[in-house]
Design a protein around this ligand. Structure first.
Ligand code: VGL
Ligand code: ZN
Length: 189
């Protein structure tokens, strides 16, 4: 089976969100081979790849040091904000930077990035989504994509949840299903 999509959106697959990083998603490493399989299929089928990056200033409002909920992570320009080095990224990659302003957080890759316009300009209707973290930025990005009128499929083996509270993952999956996101339990290829 070929990938039935117009674009692949890889959400925040950054060093800080993998085990050993500043805000590690448990078992996050498990997505790497799956995402690489998807990237290979995109290459063969000439499907555009967009990667979002959480891209915070050093004193971002979401950091514990500023009274926010998260340990400092994905500080713009640092190694922790890089995409994971084991990703087989394509030579042409569209990067989207979000949550770049000090005073406000943004979980969705559509928030203040122009991603919506970028996708529409390319005639994209269907989006395939993967990345970290399922219960935060992946969820928010999928919801916004649906809201903007895109057909959204989420590749479950290519995402993992932080699970700050037990059950967050199940809640996120159920809410995405209810929002109209197609949940793929296997890697389409
Ligand atoms: C994220 C928490 C804080 C994410 C970003 O990418 O899911 N989570 N910043
Ligand atoms: Zn963040």
């Amino acid at each position: 089976m070929a990938l039935d999509t117009d674009a692949f959106l890889l959400v925040d697959a950054q060093v800080d969100f993998f085990p050993g990083g500043a805000l590690p998603v448990p078992d996050g490493d498990a997505i790497l081979p799956v995402v690489n399989t998807l990237l290979a299929a995109c290459h063969v089928q000439e499907i555009p790849v967009i990667a979002s990056r959480d891209w915070h200033p050093p004193d971002h409002a979401s950091f514990i040091t500023q009274g926010g909920p998260w340990p400092p992570h994905c500080i713009r320009g640092t190694g922790g904000a890089d995409l994971h080095p084991d990703l087989d990224l394509p030579p042409v990659l569209t990067l989207v930077h979000k949550a770049t302003a000090r005073d406000r957080d943004a979980y969705s890759g559509f928030e203040g990035t122009g991603l919506d316009r970028n996708l529409r300009q390319r005639g994209v209707q269907k989006i395939l989504v993967a990345g970290l973290a399922l219960d935060y930025c992946v969820e928010a990005t999928c919801r916004d994509a649906v809201r903007q009128g895109f057909e959204v499929s989420l590749v479950l083996p290519a995402t993992r949840a932080v699970n700050v509270e037990p059950g967050d993952e199940e809640r996120a999956v159920e809410e995405l299903r209810a929002a109209g996101v197609t949940l793929l339990h296997e890697v389409p290829r």
